[in-house]
Design a protein around this ligand. Sequence first.
Ligand code: ATP
Ligand code: MG
Length: 401
Amino acid sequence: MTSTLTGPSAAAAEAHPPAACPAGAGPAGAGTADGPPGGGAEPALSATVGGSLAAALRRSAEIEGQIGRNPRQFRILTGDRPTGDLHLGHYFGTLRNRVRLQDAGAELFVLVADYQALTDRDADGALGDRVLGLVLDYLAAGIDPARSVIFAHSAVPELNQLLLPFLSLVTTAELGRNPTVKDEIAHSGRASVSGLMFTYPVHQAADILFCKGNLVPVGQDQLPHLEVTRLVARRFNDRYPGPGGGAVFPEPDALLSGAPLLLGTDGGKMSKSRGNAIALRATADETARLIRGASTDAIRRVSYDPAARPEVSSLVLLAALCLDRDPVAVAAEIGDGGAALLKRTVTEAVNERLAPFRARRAELAADLGYPRQVLRDGGGRARELAAATLDEVRDAMGTRY
Ligand code: ATP
Ligand code: MG
């Protein structure tokens, strides 16, 4: 995958995403005239799918202004696949934003996407452990179950039922050209591709719309999926206006952080499934070993130039994010110290930044009854909402008999 590492002025990392970054989401085959199933002249997936990262960053900057004025207008839905431990890409890409929004007073729903783990692997005995591990990561990062809802989507049947009408609103061609799905298929190592792999972006639409989420803090790879959700909401509202003629669903926005695509130790997107991630819960020694093995380049002097030097710049950005500093200044300070000093700086910065998270997570892991209870409570609250939304959908579609 060709990744564009994008970096903020790190001091402003989250509160003010950069106004513009090079586009890097990859081609989407956008432009195929492929309207909604059942006819209609509406254009297909919008420009964001074609790689308009800059537009998404501009929109995120606008939303930051709205959050500053009134955070309570937002209902946030976001989540993760239980495919491994959360890593630094999650932390700086979305997790920190979730906690910030929760603390500012927005309503936060955090989803453990356990069905979505099945897109490229089988459910095995370890899935349950990974789900609990994810919840521990959330709790240690500061997501507070007294204020926010943490739940697994497999536990909410009414949410999953939305998938059927939603699937009828998209075409197979639209599903087939999603760039993130294509990238995931390329990395899946599987000879055949499951139907769930192609349809999970529509399932994500159900995840977001069941609670009428209007803001989704995500990394860059999720932009095409957010476009699918917006498309599903728009088409549903057009086709099935509610009884009063009003829209049933909002069209949610993506909220990108200042690190929408953090690279892993191999220079590709940092991912749980690709063996290139630094887990938040890793020990200080594991972290040092992983960073020692990270790719760099042959130029001695360290600089911050994401387009020309993605691997080195990724390490500089990581240090800068952990230190709440500007990556250009961090690179200048390391200068001729080269890759060895850069890696030492990153290791110390990451270990220091994550020490409180790691201590808290270890404490929480002593009693797995607690994350289980959190999931049960969250599942109950999510079901109540999903049932109410499904009733509205039935009314709009005329299928309440
Ligand atoms: P997997 O390899 O199993 O797909 P992942 O590391 O890609 O795992 P996900 O659970 O798919 O993680 O993604 C959860 C959230 O974290 C999404 O919002 C995604 O955009 C964000 N995210 C994942 N990786 C990164 C990254 N490297 N940089 C920034 N955000 C990221
Ligand atoms: Mg992923």
